[in-house]
Design a protein around this ligand. Sequence first.
Ligand SMILES: O=C(O)CCC(=O)C(=O)O
Ligand SMILES: [Fe+2]
Length: 216
Amino acid sequence: MMADRLPHCAPDGDPAWIAGHAHVQRVPSRELTLFIQRGFLSAQECSGLIERIEAHRRPSTIADANGDGTFRTSETCDLDPSDPFIATIDAKLAAFAGIDPAYGEPIQGQRYAVGQEFKAHTDYFEPRGPDFARYCAVAGNRTWTLMVYLNEPAAGGATRFVKIGKTVQPETGKLLAWNNRRAPGDYNAASLHHGMKVRGGVKHVITKWFRERPWS
Ligand SMILES: O=C(O)CCC(=O)C(=O)O
Ligand SMILES: [Fe+2]
C-alpha cells in the first residue's frame, strides 16, 4: 500500500502524508503535531552514522546566547552530504516528511556523554532574537524537525516535550517528526523540548531540519 503512494515533494510537511506511512504513530495532542516511527533506520544504518559522528564531533553551539554555559553540553557533527551513505539517509528523511530535499539543512549528528543534555528549547529561531537575521536571512526559519535515535544509552537521555507532557525514550532507529509551526509565520511554543541528561552510556541522534525556503 505504502510503496504504491506517489512520492510527495512539497515546500512544507503534510501531516496527512506522514500519517499515511505504515506503522507511524501520531502522539495525541491538540497543541503539537508529533509523529513517532519505530525502526525507521536499521541497526546497520545507525551504526554507520555513529561511526561518522564519533570521527567528526565538535562542541555543540546555540543561537541567542542565554548566559547559561550548561544549556547545551553535547557534541555535534556536520554529516557530509556528499557521502553516498549520508545522501541515502537524507533522501529517506525528506521522503518521509514529503518535503522537497532542497528545503533541508545538512543532517547533523548529536552525541551526549554521561551528564550531558540540551535543556528545554525550540528548534525554530526566535523572530525577535539577536541571531535571527544571521541564521534565517536566506532560507527562513525552521519548519519541521526530524530526529532519529541511533542507540539506547544505558540510562537517561529521553526527549521531553515539556508543554504537552510527552516523554520519548531513546530506541535504536526510532524517528520523531514534529511541526515547529502552527501555520506559516506562527511558531509553535508547544514544540519546546528537552534532550534530558544521559545517566549511563552515550546517546547518539541525528537531527534534520527543514526551512521555509530552499537551503541551497
Ligand atoms: O537529543 C535530544 O533528545 C534532543 C535533541 C534536540 O532537541 C536538538 O538537537 O535540537
Ligand atoms: Fe531540539
